[in-house]
Structure formats: C-alpha cells, structure tokens
Design a protein around this ligand. Structure first.
Ligand SMILES: CC(C)(COP(=O)(O)OP(=O)(O)OC[C@H]1O[C@@H](n2cnc3c(N)ncnc32)[C@H](O)[C@@H]1OP(=O)(O)O)[C@@H](O)C(=O)NCCC(=O)NCCS
Length: 144
C-alpha cells in the first residue's frame, strides 16, 4: 500500500500504515484507496478521521498522486465518501483544513459545498516554511 500520495519511502509507508491500522482499531476513521475506474490504477486516498459519534462530526482529508491531478478525481472521491458518511454515520458536520497556499485543495472543498470559517495562524510547517491554514466546514443541512 503506498503512503501519502504514492511515496515508497519505508519510514513514510510505515507511518501511513500505522495510521490506517490505528483508525481501523479504535474506530476513529477510515482511509480509502482511490482507483481510476478505467484501468484500476491507484491514484490516491481519501480519509475520514477524528470521528466523534457524540458530536456527530469528523474530518476529511485527501491526497492524490501528482500525475492524477486536474481530472476531478479528488472531488469525485470526496463526494462519494461524504454521501456515505452523512447517510451511514449520520454526521452533522465535517471539517477540513488546508494550507492557505493550496488553491486546488480549497477549490475542491468549495466545489463540495464547504464554507470557509476561519484561519489557523501558523498552523503548519511545510518544507520548513510556516504557513496558515483555512478551516472549512460542511453541515448536514448544507449537504442536503
Ligand atoms: C489538492 C488535490 C487533492 C486536488 O486533486 P484533484 O483531483 O486535482 O482535484 P479536482 O480535479 O477534483 O479539483 C481541483 C480544482 O482546483 C482547481 N485548481 C487547480 N490548481 C489551482 C490553484 N493553484 N488555485 C486555485 N484552484 C486551482 C482546478 O481548476 C479544479 O477546479 P475546477 O474543477 O473548478 O476547474 C491534489 O492536488 C493533491 O493531492 N495535492 C497534494 C496533497 C494535498 O494538497 N492534499 C490536501 C491537503 S488539505
């Protein structure tokens, strides 16, 4: 199983697999592989985590291999996962955060109906550069 976006670095793969196992064991989430329908090629993953059954909330994340960007796959996969989550897990709210420099990710969330709710200052460090994150939320009533 590839790790984030298809890297095969052993340390990253081990961390990725540990995360998958932890979510499966403690029931806090699920990570799904995304395959291209036409040829079955693995193109990335989409995940629900931080599932809270009492609050009926969870977080959404996704990552696609660069060669697969720009075909609508992230939006399509996230939409299917959200439909399942609202129907089956009876969620009331899904949250997602994205680096403010990640225009494509913000666009995916906005296409799905997420509303930008705020900014987390200095929330992430990517390749040594500190950056802010946007917080997005999608409510059940907005989805319906
Ligand atoms: C973000 C990511 C998931 C998008 O995947 P994707 O399959 O290319 O997304 P989609 O094709 O469904 O939609 C991308 C949208 O962003 C738009 N877009 C692309 N680059 C953009 C940019 N720099 N600024 C603004 N919008 C951009 C596209 O035009 C498209 O919108 P449209 O349908 O209105 O034309 C992918 O780039 C990725 O995996 N990146 C690395 C990991 C990552 O950033 N994960 C998210 C962390 S929160």
């Amino acid at each position: 199983m590839p790790n984030d976006c298809g890297s095969t670095d052993p340390t990253s793969v081990a961390r990725f697999m540990a995360g998958c196992r932890r979510m499966a064991e403690d029931g806090s989430g699920a990570r799904l592989a995304i395959e291209r329908r036409s040829d079955g090629t693995f193109v990335g993953w989409c995940t629900f985590n931080s599932w809270d059954a009492d609050f009926r909330s969870a977080s959404l994340g996704y990552c696609l291999k660069e060669a697969a960007w720009g075909h609508g796959y992230a939006t399509e996969a996230a939409r299917v996962l959200l439909q399942w989550a609202f129907d089956t897990l009876d969620l009331n709210r899904v949250q997602s955060e994205t680096d403010t420099r990640n225009g494509a990710s913000a666009r995916v969330l906005e296409k799905l109906g997420f509303v930008r709710e705020g900014t987390l200052r200095a929330d992430c460090i990517v390749n040594g550069a500190v950056s802010d994150s946007w917080v997005y939320g999608l409510l059940r009533r907005d989805w319906a």
